[in-house]
Design a protein around this ligand. Structure first.
Ligand code: AMP
Ligand code: TRP
Length: 328
């Protein structure tokens, strides 16, 4: 059976971009593969975090994993920093990568903006991500489009090490990107990605938003003056984004949606989108509230750590043996 690995950072609450671009795939993949899902807390300290909030967000993300339908009986859910091999493998990969390839990462360029004071963690973070993936001999990595470059880098390093030793030290992973919903844009600015950290809370819909907040954010969402529900990313990016959200929550195609709203204005369309979104989000929020403070969550994470550690120890031993690290 193929192995799937993915991770989400515990910074802030997840929004529908995270859900539609990543988590929904995590759930579906449970039917075809052995899935390992990680709360990547070590990634989030690339920027300073409030320690109390970080601890709380770690449990939030784990509870959200379960609330969207990841079943800890079938899949492994665990916290990255509780399995020490991630950091150890990341050093080995650091020594097998080039500063040039890391400098080319667009996420690094965006965040560092050429400043000398850019944190080193922002620079080397793709290597920790590569370690996460390679540690579990992962075949498939479901992520949003923005992670494509990091997956490519992971593959390059895996192939490089395999070639150097002329054996399969690492499994070379493949990214799995969603078509619709791979990139959900901000509701107030359809030219930038929906993000956890944008200042305007109405730029996103969080998975824990209540019904009235969902309604308000959608009703406020940027559209245009063309007054037609038509999928045209170039000329109607706001409407196209709302249609994408509509489509992934309802299962309807763009053509079906266009037909449904032929001759109608944005008011009707937005009203229905509010309902469809609320119907999609409410069960997640309710399940989250049940799980977040439950023993069920703690047990899932304890068991997840044990299961993850067994695989991680085995892979790291293989890597150490290959490189001649330690004394056997
Ligand atoms: P992050 O919020 O950056 O930790 O991302 C968690 C996961 O959600 C990653 O797989 C991202 O690629 C995905 N993701 C984040 N923002 C969006 C978005 N606006 N649209 C689609 N996917 C996203
Ligand atoms: N870098 C990813 C993000 O910011 C999160 C992540 C860390 C990840 N390690 C991973 C995703 C391993 C997939 C596999 O969204």
């Amino acid at each position: 059976m193929k192995r799937v690995f993915s991770g989400v950072q515990p910074t802030g609450n997840l929004h529908i971009g995270n859900y539609l671009g990543a988590l929904k795939q995590f759930v579906e993949l449970q039917d075809e593969a052995e899935c390992v899902y990680c709360v990547v807390d070590m990634h989030s300290i690339t920027l300073p975090q409030d320690p109390k909030e970080l601890r709380s967000h770690i449990l939030d993300i784990a509870a959200l994993y379960m609330a969207v339908g990841i079943d800890p009986k079938r899949s492994t859910i665990f916290v990255q920093s509780e399995v020490s091999q991630h950091a150890e493998l990341s050093w080995v990969l650091t020594c097998n990568s080039y500063t040039g390839e890391l400098s080319r990462m667009t996420q690094f360029k965006d965040k560092a903006k050429g400043k000398e004071s850019a944190p080193t963690g922002i620079f080397s973070y793709p290597l920790l991500m590569a370690a996460d993936i390679l540690l579990y001999d992962s075949d498939i990595v479901p992520v949003g489009n923005d992670q494509k470059q990091h997956i490519e880098l992971t593959r390059d390093i895996a192939i490089r090490v395999n070639n150097r030793f002329d054996k399969k030290v690492f499994v070379v992973p493949e990214g799995r990107f969603m078509k619709e919903g791979a990139r959900i844009m901000a509701l107030d600015d359809p030219t930038s990605k929906m993000s956890k950290s944008a200042e305007n809370p109405h730029s996103r819909i969080s998975l824990l938003d209540d019904d009235s907040k969902i309604k308000k954010s959608i009703m406020k969402a940027t559209t245009d003056s063309l007054a037609r529900v038509h999928y045209d990313v170039e000329n109607q990016p706001g409407v196209a984004n709302l249609m994408t959200i509509y489509s992934v929550f309802s299962g309807k195609s763009m053509e079906e949606i266009e037909k449904l709203y032929e001759g109608k204005g944005y008011g009707d369309f937005k009203k229905d989108l509010v309902e469809i979104s609320i119907d999609g989000i409410r069960p997640i929020r309710e399940r989250f509230n049940e799980i977040r403070r439950s023993q069920e969550l703690i047990t899932a994470l304890d068991e997840g750590r044990e299961k993850a550690s067994v695989i991680a120890e085995r892979t790291l031993k293989r890597v150490f043996d290959t490189f001649g690290l330690g004394r056997k």
